[in-house]
Write a protein that binds this ligand. Structure first.
Ligand code: RB5
Length: 372
């Protein structure tokens, strides 16, 4: 088992990074991985003081992006770099300044980033710590259940670092189940349409979780009591034509008094830029919480243009609600409208050369309306 792990470790790529406080350990870490793994050194290269979050973030992102399988971070204690690395999606970083922590950190927590402190341990302790980490298998079983719970927290409240608005990925099992069905190319138009409505409804149920309530008095057939009612919150849903239409009814079933605006955009074949051909929004749009609806956030071009239009009409409190998003689309919208919350049911891998989300579900408009 140990031999097998070592053989696999040889093919691995490990990202390493440290600040001035961890620099003293770095060459021992490099030496440990010689012949076992390819090392991506994210710095620092001297003992000049730096801010550990910068190095830790770059190293953790290298692991979360899949450019390295694992990471090793060092600062004075290992604490600062581990706090930072754990802010990155998919990272399980832990401080291991002794062999037992490294062993249990792997078998129980499946640490993918190991953190050590140059002011806590000496270079001579690095080798047994890293050895214990690499040679210990993850136990799975009940520990897998636990780290999946951590992943669920992350997915349901995932916010990108350093931005004002949130990017929230819904990890609710019902949402995920239904997304799985609409991804299937064999799902019928009828079923696809129904499921898009259901998913939109489930998402809005969560999105409106924080609406404020006011107490009122009512009389039940049995006794008077205090009940709660929504505090006159005004909402508007704004589908981007045409695919956004598929989400409207699912939301109106839950919020029947929401007003509905419509935005139509086409893509200029020469510039490839979205051009408005229709826009009708509620007159009091400035006072409403607005949900812009577009099932697929691909390049982000039309979603950004739609949000800009809503702003031009006076809209202020805007959220974007999509079923499936590509990272490129999220980046684009956040670049143009950093304050806008983006709610999605699934974050996919990438766009292909034709601008389709991979794996995605194809063209949502065609699948909703049966036009292909
Ligand atoms: C830097 O002086 C020190 O604070 C840093 O290396 C680390 O220990 C932070 O957690």
């Amino acid at each position: 088992m140990i031999l097998k792990d070592r053989r696999e470790a040889r093919k691995m790529i490990v990202a390493i990074g440290c600040d001035h406080g961890g620099f003293v350990l770095k060459s021992a870490v490099g030496k440990f991985f010689e012949g076992r793994a390819e090392v991506l050194d994210l710095g620092v290269l001297t003992e000049t003081p730096v801010d550990y979050p910068d190095i830790a973030l770059a190293t953790a992102r290298t692991v979360s992006d899949g450019k390295a399988e694992i990471g090793v971070l060092m600062c004075g204690t290992g604490i600062g770099v581990s706090i930072t690395a754990n802010k990155v999606r998919g990272i399980r970083a832990g401080v291991c300044n002794d062999v037992e922590s490294a062993r249990l950190g792997k078998s129980h927590n499946n640490l993918n980033v190991l953190c050590m402190g140059g002011r806590v341990i000496s270079p001579g302790q690095v080798e047994p710590i890293l050895g214990a980490w690499l040679d210990t298998p993850f136990e799975g079983g009940r520990h897998l259940v636990r780290i999946n719970k951590i992943a669920a927290i992350e997915s349901s409240t995932f916010s990108m670092e350093g931005e004002e608005g949130r990017v929230v990925v819904f990890n609710h099992p019902l949402v995920q189940h239904k997304i799985g069905i609409i991804r299937d190319k064999n799902t019928s138009v009828k079923e696809f349409r129904e499921l898009v409505q259901e998913i939109a409804g489930l998402m809005v149920y969560e999105i409106t979780r924080n609406l404020s309530l006011t107490e009122i008095r009512v009389e039940t057939p049995v006794a008077p009591t205090t009940a709660r009612t929504l505090t006159g919150k005004k909402l508007a849903v704004v589908p981007v034509l045409r695919a956004g239409l598929g989400m409207v009814d699912g939301i109106l079933q839950l919020i029947p008094n929401a007003k509905v605006g419509h935005i139509g955009l086409y893509r200029n074949p020469e510039t490839l830029e979205p051009v408005e051909y229709y826009c009708k929004l509620p007159q009091d749009i400035g006072e409403r919480d607005i949900f812009v609806l577009d099932p697929m956030l691909a390049t982000g071009g039309s979603a950004s243009a739609a949000i800009s239009l809503v702003k031009k009409w006076g809209g202020q409190k805007i959220s974007l609600v999509c079923l499936i998003a590509a990272p490129e689309g999220i980046e684009k919208v956040r670049g143009v409208h950093p304050e806008v919350d983006i709610f999605i049911a699934a974050l996919d891998n990438r766009l292909n050369d034709h601008g389709y989300i991979v794996p995605g579900l194809g063209d949502a408009g065609d699948r909703l309306f049966g036009t292909k």
